[in-house]
Design a protein around this ligand. Structure first.
Ligand SMILES: Nc1ncnc2c1ncn2[C@@H]1O[C@H](COP(=O)(O)OP(=O)(O)OP(=O)(O)O)[C@@H](O)[C@H]1O
Length: 349
């Protein structure tokens, strides 16, 4: 995505290629990636396993190096940084992991202090900062516990506190909620959102779950086979996805999956009843569309599924309905006139 303001992006990928040498030919993990990660926002990168997400993330803090192109962090070239310059760049970046990566023989306090000890910070300064961070992530009562005495959600809170220890300006999240149950996931995402707001921290996260993108990301990039196939504001991507990969990720979270028995009967063209997906966004989300279709146009509409939710603070919903094929032109004209997007999924064969 290109940033829409004069503020330079926190992270910029410029024509980035990353290949791994393999017997029988190189594997291209990243294939000419261009991406701006807006400063102060939460950006999600979503893709299937092997799409290249982890590789992309690990370039930002120099854990991996580009094969060609460049990665800029806060205006500085990570790809060229070595030694002291690289260490300085890394202090500006915190990272959290799917499996937390805590040291088992250190308490919560000891884990959070570690990056500061490595950076050579005086002990008194470390104590004060560590206590503040532990409070920030809601673990005040657990400071002297060891990782084995904590739940998954608590471990990830330790991971977040540790990632924030050096007061970074960017936080990288590598599937941070993938190992957590739905309720704990919500709590950790809420914490990330709070940190983003309160500290003005830029967050770049990778995930394979569109629900994570929906819940906290303002921007999203969709990856497939080393490429970014679609990128934009989360709301716009939900409202009007262009790429088949994006649509398939979305179908799982937006209530647009047809029941199996019906999906098996769908044909692209035909005279059978039409299946129409109607998308509501912004003000139209509260439009009484179905009753109007019935009352004004006399169309019999059968609801098959749907959901209404909030994305980036704005209402968004969609409905999948069935109606007689001959009613389609009038229904779509009506919907279009009322700024409602609709898409014919097919016909019952
Ligand atoms: N160290 C490595 N050596 C060789 N190939 C690698 C290495 N790391 C990643 N790859 C390959 O690069 C491609 C992208 O991998 P990557 O881990 O970035 O994908 P991903 O989208 O993060 O997948 P996942 O969600 O499974 O972690 C894959 O084909 C993978 O096998």
């Amino acid at each position: 995505m290109t940033s829409d303001s004069a503020i330079p992006p926190a992270i910029a990928f410029r024509d980035v290629v990353k290949t791994w040498p393999q017997r029988g030919g190189d594997v291209t993990a990243l294939d000419h990636i261009d991406l701006d990660v807006p400063s102060g926002g939460i950006t999600g990168v979503i893709g299937r396993s092997g799409a290249g997400k982890s590789t992309l993330l690990r370039l930002v803090n120099g854990l991996e190096r580009v094969s060609s192109g460049r990665v800029e962090l806060l205006g500085r070239d990570v790809s060229a940084a070595r030694g002291r310059a690289l260490r300085a760049l890394r202090r500006d970046v915190g990272m959290i992991f799917q499996h937390f990566n805590l040291l088992a023989n250190r308490t919560v306090r000891g884990n959070v202090a570690l990056p500061l000890e490595i950076a050579g910070m005086p002990r008194t300064g470390i104590h004060a900062r560590v206590d503040r961070l532990i409070e920030l992530v809601g673990l005040g009562a657990f400071a002297d516990r060891y990782p084995a005495q904590l739940s998954g959600g608590q471990k990830q809170r330790v991971g977040i506190a540790r990632a924030l220890a050096t007061e970074p300006r960017v936080l990288l999240s590598d599937e941070a909620t993938s190992a957590l149950d739905p309720e704990t996931t919500q709590a950790v995402l809420a914490l990330l959102r709070d940190i983003n707001r309160e500290l003005g921290l830029t967050i770049l996260l990778i995930t394979h779950e569109m629900a994570v993108v929906r819940d906290i990301c303002q921007h999203v990039a969709v990856m497939e086979a080393g490429r970014i196939v679609e990128t934009g504001a989360t709301y716009d991507i939900f409202a009007d996805p262009q790429h088949p990969v994006t649509r398939s990720f979305l179908s799982g979270v937006t209530g647009t999956v047809l029941p199996g028995f019906l999906a098996r009967q769908i044909v692209a063209h035909g005279a059978g009843p039409a299946i129409l997906r109607i998308t509501f966004s912004g003000d139209s989300a509260t439009h009484p569309v179905l009753s109007r279709l019935g009352a004004k146009l006399g169309i019999d509409v059968n609801i098959l599924g749907g959901a209404i939710e909030e994305i980036d603070g704005r209402p968004f919903g969609n409905l999948t309905v069935q109606m007689p094929a001959e009613a389609l032109p009038a229904a779509q004209a009506y919907l279009h006139a009322h700024q409602l997007r609709s898409e014919v999924i097919g016909h019952v064969g």
